[in-house]
Design a protein around this ligand. Structure first.
Ligand code: 4AD
Ligand code: MG
Length: 463
């Protein structure tokens, strides 16, 4: 018994030996006296070629197998005369485990990514999606490895929450009430005190506030889990459900935060190249021909660090040439087109933009001396745009309280968060890496729907 992966990785151990493989038929060609089947057993990116001859007991049935039928093959692994593969499996027996219906949608022809989204339950059987989702798994592991080796503690932050971590009001409500006949209060509003939790709750938009509490106990922590945003933006980079990696470090400032982010990005790129070489080569050949060049360039260069104010000056100078759709002016949020122009045209490498105006950023970010900007950082990368958002946190209780008041956030709702500032609060910082955007960046895939097994986006929640 062997897997295709073992055979490719340790060919010499299996060559001229009897092996047994179970897998699915990817292609099948026959002639009168013999036939070829390429089978894939899910263990590896490559297929194995099976050769079978007329002497096979069930030669006729095997020759008629439909694509995606499942078989178990026993035979000898021999050097292949063909140039396409180093070896092939000379079948002695082929047991038919399952015959696929003839209308199997993934026949030989190439399909568009749009079409494959409509069959998300079958698309992991294609080369592209097999590579994407294997890489996704490898990178999830690498993220844990990176932080665990540095001694960070992994904290499981809750999915259901009573507070809006970003203060942006983009939360999906969670309720056990029968909304067809909800209990109402005297004013006729839905009475959430009758709900299961006795209050309004939502799906988390970020684990940050919870992870900050553990940061004040363990020093260096991270969370890595699903997050939810009810933002109705129908773009190739936004999903309603996505995963986020959020480290939080104590006794640290914004520069420490950026250093950690840069080290992590480089680690993950190197890890992908070292541990998923076949998949990465596939992306470079078939998805984005400049992928390797781009990734290698990043491994060897320092990321750019520029302030929001400098970035706006650059963009204002370039706006005629760049023909932006949206205006650029100090105080306005940068649009995706601006972010991509900075990272793709001006600097041509990853760029940290820091010190944004406080009015366009979240309440928890540390106010700078100028009283106008906050110690925030966004990491922008070519091809994707914003991949990380982070900041140094406001550790001064009085400043945080007046900031929350300005924004109309109730101190009562965040009492436990404010407590952190009262009991040994120290300077600390953190960031959130969008996991799917990282996978897009590493693969060159251009739509977030194609790096999530079952995407949830505006008007789409099939499967
Ligand atoms: O910039 P964001 O909103 O930051 C936070 O949530 C902070 N609480 C993080 C922190 O400091 N701990 O989100 C962080 C990252 C973005 O840079 C982006 O990569 C990703 O999460 N992201 C999304 N990815 C896919 N779909 C969406 N709708 C996303 N919104 C944010
Ligand atoms: Mg952001």
């Amino acid at each position: 018994l062997a897997t295709v992966k073992e055979i490719y990785r340790e060919t010499n151990r299996f060559l001229n030996q009897k092996v047994e493989i179970s897998g699915w038929v990817r292609t099948l060609r026959t002639s009168k006296a013999f036939g070829f089947i390429e089978i894939n057993d899910g263990s590896f990116f490559q297929n194995i070629q099976v050769v079978f001859e007329e002497s096979l007991e069930n030669f006729a049935e095997v020759g008629k197998l439909s694509i995606s039928s499942a078989i178990r093959v026993q035979g000898e692994l021999v050097p292949s005369p063909g140039a396409k593969q180093p070896f092939e499996l000379k079948a002695e027996t082929i047991e038919i485990l399952s015959i696929a219906a003839a209308d199997y949608p993934l026949q030989k022809k190439r399909h568009t990514f749009e079409y494959l989204r409509t069959i998300a339950h079958l698309r992991p059987r294609t080369n592209t999606f097999a590579a994407v989702f294997r890489l996704r798994s490898v990178i999830a592991y690498a993220i844990h490895k990176f932080f665990q080796e540095k001694g960070f503690v992994y904290v499981h932050t809750p999915i259901i929450t009573g507070s809006d971590a970003e203060g942006a009001g983009e939360m999906f409500k969670v309720t056990a009430l029968d909304l067809a006949q909800p209990p109402k209060d005297e004013e006729g509003n839905v009475d959430y005190s009758k709900d299961f939790f006795g209050r309004v709750t939502s799906l988390t938009v970020s684990g940050q506030l919870n992870v900050e509490t553990y940061c004040m106990a363990f020093r260096n922590v991270y969370t890595f889990g699903p997050t939810f945003r009810a933002e109705n933006s129908n773009t190739a980079r936004h999903a309603a459900e996505f995963w986020m990696i959020e480290p939080e470090i104590a006794f640290a400032n914004l520069a420490d935060d950026m250093n950690l982010a840069e080290e992590m990005m480089k680690y993950l790129i190197q890890y992908a190249l070292d541990n998923a070489p076949e998949e990465m080569a596939f992306f470079n050949n078939f998805v984005d021909k400049s992928l390797f060049k781009r990734l290698e360039n990043i491994l060897t260069s320092d990321f750019v660090r520029t302030t929001y104010t400098e970035a706006v000056e650059i963009l204002e100078k370039e706006k005629e040439k760049a023909k932006f759709e949206y205006p650029v002016r100090w105080g306005m949020d940068l649009q995706t087109e601006h972010e991509r122009y900075l990272t793709e045209t001006i600097f041509q490498k990853p760029v940290f933009v820091t010190d944004y105006p406080k009015d366009i950023k979240a309440f928890y970010m540390r106010l700078n001396e100028d009283q106008k900007t906050v110690a925030a950082m966004d990491l922008l990368v070519p091809g994707v745009g914003e991949i990380i958002g982070g900041s140094q946190r406001e550790e001064r209780l009085d400043v945080l309280e007046s900031r929350m008041q300005e924004l109309g956030l109730s101190a009562e709702d965040y009492w436990w968060y404010l407590d952190l500032r009262r009991y040994g609060g120290v300077n600390h910082a953190g960031y959130g890496l969008g996991f799917e955007r990282m996978i897009m960046y590493l693969t060159g895939m251009s739509n977030i729907r194609d790096v999530i097994a079952f995407p949830r986006t505006a008007n789409f929640c099939e499967f």
